[in-house]
Design a protein around this ligand. Structure first.
Ligand code: SF4
Length: 336
């Protein structure tokens, strides 16, 4: 698998509101999605995950504003594109054709009064107006087949499909223009566990066949452990740990990651004690000082309440693949 970056998020800051009243929902986030990989992003509700997805795709509703940073997309020819400075017209082409997005509850985004075929054909036509109708129909049939829906359901209305099928249609739409990056924000949260796994297994199979990269956002770390190559953990608007999925699952360095891992039963190997995380996520209107996890952290010590730990490579042998922001493992080389 090539390790060239396809999407780089650099020092991204997203606020709600302006001036002194602004709430800092995403703070100084650095993340890189490589070609062909699944990068998982996990954290509790309110950690900033969805705001990050809306921010990097410039779909942030007001009063959300991007107050700093860059989102660099590396196209096929290697030319970097600054997504945050694209014109509206270029941005429209960029969405769907280069990057597509499946948001939480996307299955409810299908228009109830139009057949599935109409909606799929519209997406294809909007981005490829010169294509013939026959080519568009063939493409739409192919996309449905790819996501495991028989092409004879093309003429169904959304209410005639199950929730799982509607979500598959949305994933099919997201893949219709062969994007290189697919952003999925809680794509299967509304579905039952069996359907979730079926859809995600299918997505991974498609990724292997079509070669796109996935930024997969969820509060369910157990799904990420199973389906991601790497995992980033977000808390209080910041990335607090990032590591290959197996490494994080084997040993997490940040006490918050550890709490998340001990919030679901292990699928394989020895049983883990389920301890959960005490307290509630911080209120972004009044973030705790220092490490924002310190009021809930069982390992908090002297510097934690005053100084913000930087995300960086910990000073431990063999830790070149992981970054963490915790005073227990001070960064000897911060991420920039
Ligand atoms: Fe806990 Fe301190 Fe590490 Fe924050 S910096 S996670 S409070 S030990």
């Amino acid at each position: 698998m090539s390790k060239a970056p396809v999407l780089e998020i650099k020092g991204l800051n997203v606020d709600y509101g302006l001036g002194e009243e602004a709430v800092h929902a995403v703070r100084d986030v650095n993340l890189t999605l490589h070609r062909g990989e699944v990068l998982g992003l996990a954290g509790e509700s309110g950690s900033g995950k969805s705001t990050l997805a809306y921010g990097l795709t410039r779909l942030l509703p007001p009063p959300g504003v991007i107050s700093g940073g860059q989102v660099i997309y590396h196209s096929d020819d290697g030319e970097p594109v600054d997504v945050l400075s694209l014109s509206n017209e270029d941005l429209r082409a960029f969405r769907w054709a280069e990057t597509s997005i499946v948001f939480q509850g996307a299955m409810n985004s299908l228009n109830p009064v139009h057949k599935v075929s109409t909606q799929l054909l519209d997406v294809i036509k909007a981005h490829d107006p010169t294509s013939t109708k026959a080519a568009r129909v063939a493409r739409a049939r192919e996309m449905l087949k790819l996501v495991g829906i028989s092409a004879d359901r093309m003429d169904s209305y959304p209410h005639q499909l199950s929730g799982g099928m509607r979500q598959r249609v949305m994933i099919g739409m997201a893949l219709a223009l062969e994007p290189r990056v697919v952003i999925m924000d809680e794509p299967t949260t509304a579905l039952d566990v069996v359907m979730q796994r079926q859809i995600l297994s299918q997505l991974i199979e498609l990724r292997e066949r079509l070669g796109f990269s996935v930024l997969f956002i969820t509060h369910d770390l157990s799904l990420l452990v199973e389906f991601s190559d790497r995992i980033a953990i977000m808390y209080g608007g910041r990335i607090v740990e990032e590591a290959p999925a197996a490494q994080l699952y084997g040993e997490s360095l940040h006490p918050y990651s550890d709490g998340l891992l001990h919030s679901f039963p292990a699928l394989r190997g020895p049983r883990r004690e389920l301890t959960g995380i005490p307290g509630s996520p911080p209120d972004t209107r009044g973030m705790p000082s220092g490490c924002s996890f310190h009021p809930r952290c069982p390992k908090a010590f002297e510097p934690c309440a005053d100084k913000v730990p930087l995300l960086g490579f910990p000073d431990r042998p063999g830790e070149q693949t992981r970054t963490v922001a915790c005073w227990l493992h001070p960064a000897h080389e911060p991420v920039s």
